[in-house]
Design a protein. Structure first.
Length: 503
């Protein structure tokens, strides 16, 4: 009954006119961002963070969440029609989705992607509602030692599951930790790495960093790439898939939902890992008897990954809402949004502001319903938007970034910070370094330091507290096992092959 009453509270909050409007704005903007290749949900949320400063916290988080899972769906449209993924998680959809489009079955591919995403969204929302309260009860047993060990596990997971080289991911995480040290020491009041600049005494602004490293860097990379869109000028065809298609895709949709719901919770997991894992599973199950073969327009190669990436996108909210730990770059930005509104991420959110907590969860179901109602009739509008040249978009995006960065603190220094990190982010792209571990390190670094010091103060300087407390010890063992497994030659080789296929 507690679950039912909590969900009713969530519906009461989410169905308010204001929250419905911002939910609709979020999923619409998210779909638009997913459709237009080269921007992505991370950059969009980073750009829109300043706008949320004036909104009610509940409306702000509902809108940002809508952008995230809306972009997961929108990315499938451009992947299927143009063979350019709107978001990294849609890369795998290009393989079979675009082949279906070239064979005149774009409508069926888009339709099954929408239905699969809706099913996954509904199930993932129930998973969050069911598992969040027990996890929060466990979180209340956490003390500084447990939080420190949990953050160690989170950073190890982000390194292991990052796309590409382990060494690069480790270096990016370490760099994020170091940048997070800039500012005033919370215990001694000493200034660290400020170089005599007063603007650095409170540390670097999270919005300025994220705006630069995701916004400006992506703009520079896209302008340099000058991607050509091989647009499928043929008819999209009937959008709703046939009963035969639905029957054929039922298994992949169910399996994709399960895979995404599990992998979305893992640090560094989320939509990208979920979609790739689902495609791999479906390809293994079909074997050589797949007709058509995977990569040649098999609808199951669209249904599974699209379902998994939507489920993974939503269950990645679980560690953020219950433990205050971001599982990916988007969740790090969501934590930044909560901090802007003076909300301390973690288990206290549900007890201190249950309306916001359950309203956000219920809004995910409402948002998924809006997505399927919004997108199926509007396919032709998204098709026309795909023809907009990127050179017409980037000046407006840059202006938006500059205004947004300045508006947070009315400080020109933040604009310079965003420009510097934009250049740094562009360098990361050129070097093949993923920015997500850097952001996770920057967010978790100060929190790790604070909990490390608190744990040592409570234990009077005895470091054995991290291994004598059962939960803390278990988390550290899990982190060590994860590192040992990924460093094993056979597993490391499979990981490298997997990410090469993903690219």
């Amino acid at each position: 009954m507690d679950l039912v009453s909590n969900l009713l509270l969530g519906f009461e909050n989410a169905l308010s006119l204001t929250n419905l409007i911002y939910c609709f704005i979020g999923v619409t903007v998210g779909t638009l961002i997913g459709v237009l290749p080269g921007i992505g949900p991370v950059a969009t949320i980073a750009m829109l963070l300043p706008i949320t400063y004036t909104l009610d916290p509940s409306a702000a988080l509902i809108m940002l969440a809508g952008i995230y899972y809306g972009a997961q769906y929108g990315g499938s449209t451009t992947a299927i029609l143009v063979n350019i993924p709107g978001d990294a998680s849609a890369v795998i959809t290009c393989l079979d989705g675009h082949k279906m489009a070239t064979k005149g079955r774009a409508g069926a591919a888009l339709g099954i992607a929408a239905l699969g995403s809706f099913f996954a969204g509904c199930v993932a929302t129930l998973v969050i509602a069911a598992f969040a309260p027990p996890l929060i009860q466990v979180a209340f047993k956490f003390q500084p030692a447990e939080y420190f060990s949990l953050m160690v596990l989170g950073l190890v997971g982000a390194i292991v599951l990052a796309n590409g080289s382990l060494i690069k991911a480790f270096c990016m995480t370490l760099l994020g930790l170091l940048v997070g040290l800039i500012g005033t020491d919370i215990n001694s009041g000493a200034l660290r790495f400020t170089f005599g600049l007063e603007d650095l005494q409170d540390g670097l602004n999270f919005v300025a960093i994220s705006m630069g490293i995701f916004g400006y860097a992506e703009i520079m990379n896209n302008l340099e790439a000058r991607q050509t869109r091989n647009f499928n000028t043929g008819s999209v065809g009937k959008v709703l898939p046939s009963w035969a298609d639905i029957k054929n895709c039922f298994g992949p949709i169910v399996r994709g939902t399960a895979i995404g719901s599990i992998l979305g919770v893992l640090p560094g997991g989320g939509a990208l890992l979920s979609s790739f894992a689902s495609y791999t599973v479906e390809k293994k199950i079909a074997g050589k008897n797949a007709d058509p073969a995977f990569g040649e327009g098999n609808i199951r190669g669209v249904a599974g990954p699209e379902t998994a990436n939507n489920a993974g996108a939503q269950t990645s909210f679980i560690p953020m809402l219950t433990l205050g730990i971001p599982s990916n770059a988007v969740m790090a930005l969501m934590i930044g949004a909560m901090m802007i509104h003076d909300i301390q991420p973690g288990p206290l959110v549900m007890s201190s502001d249950p309306g916001l907590f359950w309203g956000l969860i219920v809004s995910m179901w409402i948002g998924n319903l809006m997505l399927i109602i919004l997108n199926l009739p509007m396919i032709n509008i998204w098709v026309k938007l795909l023809k907009v040249p990127y050179r017409w978009l980037f000046p407006a995006i840059i202006a938006f970034c500059v205004i947004g960065t300045y508006s947070i603190n009315n400080n020109v220094f933040d604009i310079w910070v965003s420009i510097v990190f934009g250049l740094l982010g562009y360098l990361f792209i050129k070097l093949g370094c993923e920015a997500a571990p850097f952001i996770l390190g920057f967010i978790l670094g100060p929190m790790m330091e604070e909990n490390l010091r608190r744990a040592l103060l409570l234990s009077r300087g005895d470091p054995s507290v991290f291994v004598t407390r059962p939960i803390s010890c278990g988390l550290l063992i899990a982190a060590a096992i994860l590192l040992i497994l990924v460093l094993a030659p056979s597993i490391r080789k499979k990981r490298e092959v997997a990410f090469q296929d993903d690219d």
